[in-house]
Design a protein around this ligand. Structure first.
Ligand code: 5GP
Length: 190
């Protein structure tokens, strides 16, 4: 009887302890996930650490999202870009032809940030899946990036990026080119 009560008390203490640890962890983690809202622990840190904490937080979010997205990397399942191609969800289209669609990134990293995607993915979830038969569409995508840069008035300075796989923070598994410009771009990239 005594041992049953003791066991129940210990279990209850352990459960409360676990709940408290989870609540504490959530309180610490939540501000880190939103770099604009991490003041509750940020004030404890010197200024240079606050800046790096903000950068680390954003970087970790991108890496975590990319790792999560990579779980479906091998799948041929439709992505958000299929809905954009089908015009089921709106996008700000910059250029379109029979093979590619170019639209503004929802989370721009530069004044001009346009994504260019093949309308028919044809196995190109990543650039690493490219085969000889993809030569035409890959060339077409590059030519489209020049057209987009011209339309956006950034021909004198723009960058074309393809993130490949979780190690490069790819988050959507439908090949896409990022066309970035409209400000001085730094080198090397992060
Ligand atoms: P990745 O990280 O895979 O190289 O790039 C994917 C890009 O797609 C990201 O820059 C992200 O902001 C963008 N993106 C994700 N979902 C949407 C969306 O629904 N609409 C638009 N316009 N861009 C999106």
């Amino acid at each position: 009887m005594v041992s049953t009560t003791l066991a129940a008390t210990s279990f209850s203490l352990l459960r409360n302890y676990n709940a408290n640890v989870r609540a504490f962890a959530a309180n610490v983690r939540a501000p880190l996930q939103h770099s604009t809202n991490y003041n509750s622990i940020n004030f404890l840190l010197p200024l240079h650490s606050r800046r790096s904490l903000s950068r680390v937080s954003v970087t970790n979010d991108e890496e975590a999202a990319a790792k999560a997205a990579a779980l479906n990397a091998g799948s041929e399942a439709p992505t958000i870009f299929d809905k954009i191609i089908a015009k089921e969800i709106p996008s700000s289209i910059v250029y379109e032809d029979e093979k590619v669609l170019a639209f503004r990134d929802i989370n721009p990293q530069a004044p001009v940030h346009v994504l260019i995607i093949p309308k028919f993915r044809d196995g190109l979830t990543t650039l690493a899946k490219a085969e000889a038969r993809h030569g035409d569409i890959l060339g077409h995508l590059l030519c489209a990036s020049k057209i987009v840069a011209e339309k956006e008035g950034i021909l004198d300075g723009f960058r074309v990026v393809i993130n490949n796989g979780p190690g490069a923070c790819q988050s959507v598994y439908h090949l896409h080119l990022h066309v970035l410009g409209g400000r001085q771009l730094k080198w090397p990239p992060g």
